[in-house]
Design a protein around this ligand. Structure first.
Ligand code: HEC
Length: 151
């Protein structure tokens, strides 16, 4: 159980760290969907980090709100990826538009896994397992549809 949590904390930390590293790049993004999805994902990253920290400390009070916020944001992902919205500072892969069905499913899954996590945290269920599912969701979509971080 503990080991699993550490995994989640690492994923959340990595995700949030990436958001920080790239935060200064936002000014290079043109106003519109590419800029807005950057902000959206950063917000999702902050809430994911809050969930990771809650699991690490064992104090789960922050989880329902953070997971519900991710659910709301997940519903906003798809319209922010109009066809061909690429940019030098964007890490969106062209596969998003050649395999839109899979991308769409990933965003819908995130609505579900974050909603399940919020519900599980409220009902006192297995928060660690529910969080795991959600973080797998983030990772799955990033692996397929996001260009790896430049070193
Ligand atoms: C449906 C696919 C998908 C899902 C699910 C997804 N992401 Fe993303 N995420 C992306 C894509 C694509 C980008 C790159 C967007 C760009 O650069 O234009 C991204 C970028 C990010 C960024 C970097 C923001 C920036 O531009 O600096 C963070 C942080 C992030 N995601 C966190 C998360 C977290 C945490 C989750 C799960 C709770 C998650 N994402 C779920 C597709 C997804």
């Amino acid at each position: 159980m503990r080991k699993q949590w550490m995994g989640i904390v690492v994923v959340a930390g990595v995700v949030a760290g990436q958001a920080q590293v790239r935060a200064h790049d936002a000014k290079n993004l043109p106003p519109g969907p590419i800029h807005d999805r950057h902000e959206l994902m950063e917000g999702i990253g902050k809430n994911a980090k809050a969930i990771g920290n809650a699991l690490k400390s064992g104090d789960l009070k922050a989880v329902p709100e953070a997971a519900s916020a991710i659910k709301k944001d997940a519903a906003k992902i798809l319209p922010l990826f109009p066809p061909g919205s690429t940019h030098a500072e964007s890490r969106a892969k062209p596969e998003i538009w050649t395999d839109w069905k899979t991308f769409e499913a990933g965003a819908k899954d995130l609505e579900k896994t974050s909603g399940d996590l919020a519900a599980t945290a409220k009902s006192g269920g297995d928060v660690s397992a529910a969080a795991d599912k959600m973080f797998d969701n983030c990772k799955g979509c990033h692996e397929k549809f996001r260009v790896p971080e430049k070193k």
